[in-house]
Design a protein around this ligand. Structure first.
Ligand SMILES: *[C@@H]1O[C@H](CO)[C@@H](O)[C@H](O)[C@H]1NC(C)=O
Ligand SMILES: *[C@@H]1O[C@H](CO)[C@@H](O)[C@H](O)[C@H]1NC(C)=O
Ligand SMILES: *[C@@H]1O[C@H](CO)[C@@H](O)[C@H](O)[C@H]1NC(C)=O
Ligand SMILES: *[C@@H]1O[C@H](CO)[C@@H](O)[C@H](O)[C@H]1NC(C)=O
Ligand SMILES: *[C@@H]1O[C@H](CO)[C@@H](O)[C@H](O)[C@H]1NC(C)=O
Ligand SMILES: *[C@@H]1O[C@H](CO)[C@@H](O)[C@H](O)[C@H]1NC(C)=O
Ligand SMILES: *[C@@H]1O[C@H](CO)[C@@H](O)[C@H](O)[C@H]1NC(C)=O
Ligand SMILES: [Zn+2]
Length: 295
């Protein structure tokens, strides 16, 4: 092949490998298996609908240790054309949570719908789709941030999924951490303020979660992800949720807005659940009721 031929071949190959979409009539996830046949057509694909009543209790699903989630976490923010991705400072990691060891926290990104009235979380719980979903992506520490190695290990990545719910009442700009995060959307470049990951997940009891083995939710859909979806939602005010679908363009303001960037649900998989304080409480209460009944 001559030089021109090589360039032409690249120009033909590169768009087909990267052009994928979510829900457009002419371009949607029905073509993903032809883009990355091996994985997107696999047998443990994400996201899924989680049916809470079917989730088996697994006492191995202990509390997480979230290292440096309290510190200044955000390094840089980029528009990938599909989502907003925030790269994290080094030294942030997770362990515990029924994982086999430590995982380095590399980045987080978001999935959303089209305004708070068209929800866009990837996972649904008992059929309910939430306005947005936050994914914190962690890679097995032994791979030292080499994601090529991580995606070829069936448990190489650990994703933490947080469902975002609309805050009740008329609050605006809440919580402050999310308001600050959304303030970067109009000028996606330098991060100046100091937000921690903990600030972004107020009110979430990280001991209460669902667990299943799944995949990346974007091509090439590698089946390398230990999924955790927390039961508690993060409450964010409507005005802040709306900013994500109204301010982020695929390339620049002459291109379409990024909306509905969630993958369709995949076939059900076996889901387990951590023992929660609520379960312990109700078991305790039941025991007490039985005791009292005997008196
Ligand atoms: C998805 O895209 C295919 C063409 O690739 C089209 O035939 C189909 O109708 C689309 N589905 C939806 C729900 O838009
Ligand atoms: C995906 O898998 C289904 C069922 O196993 C099969 O019918 C289909 O041809 C596969 N598609 C591709 C692109 O491999
Ligand atoms: C819990 O962990 C133990 C020890 O690692 C293991 O033998 C057992 O199979 C695990 N249970 C489940 C339900 O995964
Ligand atoms: C998103 O919602 C706006 C109205 O809020 C509408 O004009 C637009 O067509 C919607 N986009 C998609 C892709 O549904
Ligand atoms: C990741 O690891 C593979 C295999 O060891 C190596 O070929 C590749 O260069 C590494 N990538 C990076 C970015 O270090
Ligand atoms: C929200 O605002 C509306 C009208 O502005 C008002 O009627 C309603 O009481 C407010 N709700 C709360 C919870 O403050
Ligand atoms: C917007 O992006 C397109 C390519 O996607 C480019 O051709 C155009 O010049 C850009 N416009 C501005 C104002 O930057
Ligand atoms: Zn994601």
């Amino acid at each position: 092949m001559n030089w021109l031929g090589a360039v032409l071949a690249l120009c033909v190959l590169v768009p087909s490998a990267h052009s994928w979409c979510y829900h457009e009539p002419s371009c949607n996830d029905s073509t993903w298996p032809t883009i990355a046949t091996k994985f997107c057509n696999g047998s443990r694909q994400s996201p899924i609908n989680i049916i809470s009543a079917s989730a088996q209790l697994d006492t191995n699903l202990t509390a997480f240790t979230l290292n440096n989630f309290n510190g200044n976490s955000l390094k840089s923010i980029t528009n990938t054309g599909k989502t907003v991705k925030v790269t994290l400072n080094s030294g942030i990691s997770i362990s515990g949570g029924g994982l086999s060891g430590a995982y380095d926290s590399l980045q987080f990104h978001l999935h959303w719908g089209n305004g708070s009235s068209v929800p866009g979380s990837e996972h649904t719980v008992n059929g309910k789709r939430y306005p947005m979903e936050l994914h914190i992506v962690n890679s097995k520490a032994i791979y030292a941030g080499n994601t090529t190695l991580a995606v070829s290990d069936s448990t190489g990545l650990a994703a933490l999924g947080f469902l975002i719910e609309e805050m009740s009442g008329n609050a605006t700009g809440q919580p402050a951490s999310w308001n600050i995060l959304s303030s970067y959307l109009s000028k996606i470049k330098n991060i100046v303020s100091q937000i921690s990951l903990t600030d972004l997940i107020p009110g979430v009891d990280t001991t209460r979660y669902y667990r299943y083995l799944g995949s990346l939710t974007t091509p090439s859909c590698n089946e390398a992800v230990v999924w955790t979806v927390f039961k508690d939602t993060v409450k964010v005010s409507k005005d802040v949720i709306d900013k994500f679908s109204k301010m982020i363009y695929v390339t620049n303001s002459t291109s379409p807005l990024i909306v509905n960037n969630f993958r369709n649900l995949q076939p059900a998989l076996s889901v387990t659940t951590s023992s929660s304080s609520k379960t312990c409480y109700s078991v305790g209460l039941m025991a007490l009721t039985v005791l009292l009944g005997r008196l």
